[in-house]
Design a protein around this ligand. Structure first.
Ligand code: AHM
Ligand code: MG
Length: 333
């Protein structure tokens, strides 16, 4: 059973442990939790009001925008509109970064987010998520305002996600372990349900869209073949699980072990997922739980981003499983 420790109380406790911490971070987390509660409420009503389906528009990624993608994005923007601490918002659903007028002088942080992850699940009542990544803006000399936002994942101050599943769960790290909260809808509070989560070094599950198998690079195909072979000593074959929602699949792997992969393809080497608001924050969480986030060739969080909406191949999960895929990529196996 969840303990009666609310997210607010937990963050204040964490703040007291770090002398340099300010109330600003607590304020940001409280706003993210509020956005999450509002999105969870909208999703629970989605089949009852005219909010399913497409808006008829295409986003910066060239993907069809669903009404709920747009609504979730508006929710984040609305919640942060009067925040004096977050100066810049960068979202999957907005081509350009948005500066919060209220925080123009006082804001020291940038918030990257994917407001609704797993959009193809919207119309079928399957799991969805939101992903967030917080960077502290510094005063360093940069050639353009955009360059100030292009920080490596290793510089994230905090990151996490909300999973809208059978219950709504908020998972975050600020570099001091991974903490999980479950929304009690009766009282509208996120309550601590697990702390200092650690994932198994190896798992028995892989998550990937196998429909793309023929398009993958040869080492990735060989790796997945290897996982499907029978060998009791190494626990093979692995089971396959894929929801079509990155947050839900990574959450399963965080708790049970294994790996999620959305690799690059021969004709699309950059892959599908976005570095700054999908791969980097989830890699921060998973690495804090003892796992790894990789492109298959290099660590996600050491990549120097070139653009806010940059894509990247992603292999994320248990340390030994991700390391093995990297060995296949090097031709060592
Ligand atoms: P989205 O943020 O537009 O929903 O795209 C990201 C999603 C991930 O949640 C999921 O793992 C993947 O894209 C599914 O892609 P595909 O349908 O190609 O398997
Ligand atoms: Mg997404």
């Amino acid at each position: 059973m969840a303990e009666a420790i609310s997210l607010t109380r937990h963050i204040l406790q964490q703040q007291r442990l770090h002398a340099q911490a300010t109330g600003e971070f607590s304020a940001i987390m409280a706003q993210i939790a509020l956005a999450g509660k509002m999105i969870a409420r909208d999703l629970s009503h989605a089949g009852l009001i005219d909010i399913l389906g497409s808006t008829g528009e295409v986003n910066v990624q060239g993907e069809e925008v669903q009404k709920l993608d747009q609504k979730a994005n508006e929710t984040f923007v609305k919640v942060f509109e009067y925040s004096p601490v977050v100066k810049t918002l960068i979202s999957e659903e907005m081509e350009e970064p948005v500066t919060i007028a209220h925080a123009e002088r006082t804001g020291k942080y940038a918030l990257f987010f994917d407001p609704l992850d797993g959009s193809s699940n919207i119309d079928v009542n399957a799991p969805l998520g939101s992903i967030f990544s917080i960077h502290r803006l510094d005063e360093r000399e940069v050639s353009t305002p955009q360059a100030a936002l292009l920080k490596r994942g290793s510089e994230q101050v905090a990151a996490g996600y909300l999973l809208y599943g059978a219950s709504t769960v908020l998972v975050y790290t600020c570099g001091d372990g991974v903490h999980q909260f479950t929304l009690d809808p009766g009282i509208g509070e996120f309550l601590l349900s697990a702390t200092k989560l650690q994932m198994p070094a190896r798992g028995k599950i892989y998550s990937t869209n196998e429909g793309n198998r023929q398009k993958w690079l040869e080492p990735v195909q060989r790796f997945v073949n290897y996982l499907q072979e029978t060998d009791a000593a190494t626990g093979r074959p692995y089971s396959s699980r894929y929801t079509g929602c990155l947050v839900a699949d990574v959450h399963r792997i965080l708790l049970k072990g294994g790996l999620y992969l959305y690799p690059g393809e021969v004709k699309k080497p950059e892959g599908k997922l976005r570095l700054m608001y999908e791969a980097a924050p989830l890699s921060f969480v998973v690495e804090q739980a003892g796992g790894l986030g990789s492109t298959g060739v290099e660590r996600i969080n050491t990549i120097q981003p070139k653009a806010p909406h940059q894509r990247v191949p992603l292999v994320i999960g248990s340390r030994d499983d991700v390391t093995l895929l990297e060995q296949f990529m090097k031709g060592a196996v």
